[in-house]
Design a protein around this ligand. Structure first.
Ligand code: PHB
Length: 389
């Protein structure tokens, strides 16, 4: 009778001690963000969202304590890469995350591959990023998703001659290319394609050129944090009064800055995956909790990329019983996740590791004394159009 119970008891004791050693070690999530420099608002939004997710969902998953290790790369690719290396080698993080700009994600991709560490891209949005490492999973969006949606909407709404103005790097070039392709497909024209530098852009000479060309509309992509400067100069030049419509991807009317843009922004139409005004119960809860925890700050699309990125990491930890099986098991558990985000239903495509999501057409309107991107149309479950090329 006695001996029958010995083996199970020994097995239980061994597994208990292994599990307890395992559980004592925190699972570290490296979060590398631009907390200073021109993209500091991206870092602030994503950090706040990650902390909110942890406050709402606890800091222990599958019996394992979670530790967030945050690093400020200032938006400089060499710094991101060095920090990623330190996080993997010294801190032994189980996941790398963040990545506020495309060059920062691309600089880090080889580290993810070499160390077999899942890398959750919460912000950067050039289509090709997910192809830079098989360990990359993205929870933000891609510029082709938004540009294609706008390239369909604009010509159907009377904009047949359009000038594009984009920031001269990965996401801007994606936006320009996919918008133009779609316009041509719809028998409309991009009459001029202008590119402004990423660092210290001066929009004045470009906008003057647009004024002279007198297109039906100006299509803009600039990275989060820059939209207010474009809006200001567009309005100061009276371009709206000259009959030039302003359209773009939702980075232009970023929720982080929208209220400061003033009434001149009313009526601007953009395409994007997230608006703080998205009318779902889950989003309302998210926006309220985010504001409450951050002195009234409104979450933008960067915050949502960070919040959902944490969700993807937490679920993968649950499914691997606290990260057992290492980076490859975590990565496998991230692929194919499907869930309701504050932006609507999203899905991590198991093949491409990229996000599949609704893209909304939105118009800036005033609601309760504040400016919002109010959604009026949707393209459902859009995959990244860049992946088919
Ligand atoms: C990017 O660098 O990939 C990026 C940054 C900010 C945005 C969109 C894309 O708003």
């Amino acid at each position: 009778m006695k001996t029958r119970f010995i083996f199970p008891l020994v097995a239980l004791a061994v597994s208990f001690s292994v599990n307890s050693v395992w559980a004592q070690e925190a699972f570290k999530i490296g979060l590398i963000l631009p907390m200073t420099g021109p993209s500091a608002s991206t870092g602030k939004q994503i950090e706040a969202a990650a902390r909110l997710y942890m406050a709402q969902n606890g800091s222990t998953v599958a019996g394992r304590k979670i530790e967030l290790v945050i690093k400020d790369d200032g938006g400089v690719p060499d710094a991101t890469k060095r920090m990623a290396q330190e996080l993997v080698v010294n801190e032994k993080v189980g996941v790398l995350s963040g990545f506020g700009l495309t060059p920062l994600a691309l600089a880090t991709a080889p580290i993810a591959t070499q160390s077999k560490t899942p890398m959750v891209v919460m912000a950067a949005a050039t289509s090709s990023i997910t192809e830079a490492s098989p360990f990359i999973v993205r929870t933000s969006f891609t510029l082709p998703q938004c540009a294609v949606a706008m390239g369909d909407w604009a010509p159907k709404n009377g904009m047949k001659r359009v000038v594009t103005l984009v920031t001269d790097y990965g996401p801007g070039i994606d936006a320009e290319r996919y918008f133009k392709e779609r316009m041509l497909l719809n028998s409309a024209q991009v009459v001029e394609s202008l590119r402004v530098p990423l660092r210290n852009p001066d929009f004045a000479p470009f906008l003057q050129k647009v004024r002279d060309l007198k297109p039906d509309a100006l299509f803009v992509f600039v990275p989060s944090g820059t939209g207010a400067a474009v809006m200001k100069q567009f309005l100061e030049r009276g371009m709206d009064k000259a009959g030039i419509k302003l359209i773009g991807t939702g980075d232009l009317t970023d929720d982080d800055q929208l209220n400061d843009m003033g009434e001149g922004a009313l009526g601007v139409v953009t395409s994007h995956h997230y608006s703080a005004a998205h009318p779902s119960a889950l989003n309302k809860k998210f926006v309220d909790a985010f504001k409450k925890a951050n002195n009234g700050l409104r979450p933008n699309f960067m915050a949502v990329g960070g919040y959902d990125g944490m969700r993807v990491i937490y679920e993968a930890l649950k499914n691997t019983k606290g990260g057992q099986g290492g980076g490859e098991a975590m990565l496998a558990a991230m692929k194919g996740q499907i869930f309701e985000s504050p932006r609507g239903q999203i899905y991590i495509d198991a093949q491409t590791r990229d996000v599949v999501q609704n893209i909304y057409l939105r118009k800036v309107e005033k609601k309760d004394g504040e400016l919002y991107n109010v959604e009026f149309d949707v393209i459902k479950d859009m995959k990244d159009p860049g992946k088919a090329k």
